[in-house]
Design a protein around this ligand. Structure first.
Ligand SMILES: [Zn+2]
Length: 266
């Protein structure tokens, strides 16, 4: 089985207008989208962003028939303080093949918004990982810890500044992630659009040395032009860290897929 993008947004997410069928032309035999679930979302005046599950499942069924491909259901769970019970209740009533766990916001601001770039970078970094530490202890029922660096995407930190400010917290966060079988996501948008490759080199080693063994690659595409963006680069990064597999999630099961034989032209 070949690997495929495991972090993708379509028009079922509040911040994407891309039709699922526009990705299908690019997808191999398998496709998954991971739509935003974000309660109290500051990006939309603190409304709840919830995918229309009934329409989502109907569109997946339609595309499965139309294309003959396997189309899986995914969600990107935005966890923030006080949301754990709402999230658990939602997940108790909606099934997914893959669940990403993300930390985007603090109730008043999304850390991806432009205004964050005007704040004190070390304060933002400390605040973000304090939130993640608290949040992952409250809720960790997911498959993947997505973009561990989301809160620092808008900042320019050296690896040294990052490790001094967030290294201990991130280590403790990864311990909880590993205890709960959460995979480490190589988020190629963070790595190549927001230039955080250095932070990924640093964090992969921590996750690995703590005993973490699960990895995914996700483009975080919000339109089809970014589908599987920089996948070859991310595979090469894994191999440079002596990691030779990817973990693939579907139908409640996890599969380990070797990556050494994946063709160069992926
Ligand atoms: Zn996200």
């Amino acid at each position: 089985m070949i690997i495929y993008d495991q972090h993708v947004h379509t028009s079922f997410s509040f911040d994407s207008n891309e039709k699922m069928e526009d990705y299908m032309k690019l997808a191999g035999q398998d496709f998954v989208s991971t739509e935003h679930l974000e309660f109290n979302n500051p990006e939309v005046q603190n409304h709840d962003s919830i995918p229309d599950y009934t329409k989502y499942v109907a569109e997946i069924e339609r595309l499965k028939k139309a294309t003959g491909k396997r189309v899986h259901k995914g969600i990107e769970i935005g966890m923030s303080a006080g949301q754990a019970d709402k999230i658990k209740d939602y997940l108790a009533h909606h099934t997914f093949d893959i669940k990403l766990l993300s930390f985007h916001q603090d109730g008043t601001k999304d850390f991806g918004s432009n205004m964050v770039s005007h704040l004190d970078p070390l304060q933002v970094t400390d605040q973000y990982y304090q939130l993640m530490w608290k949040g992952i202890n409250e809720f960790h029922d997911a498959d993947v810890l997505a973009h561990f660096d989301y809160g620092v995407r808008r900042l320019s930190l050296t690896s040294g500044q990052f490790s001094t400010t967030a290294g201990v917290l991130l280590t403790n966060i990864f311990k909880v992630a590993i205890q709960n079988n959460l995979a480490f996501e190589l988020n190629t948008k963070s790595m190549y659009k927001y230039h955080n490759i250095g932070l990924y080199d640093y964090a992969i080693e921590i996750y690995k040395q703590l005993g973490g063994k699960r990895y995914t690659i996700g483009s975080d595409a919000h339109d089809a032009t970014h589908y599987e963006d920089h996948f070859r680069d991310a595979l090469d990064m894994l191999k440079a860290h002596d990691i030779h597999h990817i973990n693939v999630y579907r139908q409640g099961a996890m599969t380990v897929v070797p990556i050494d034989d994946i063709p160069e032209d992926l």
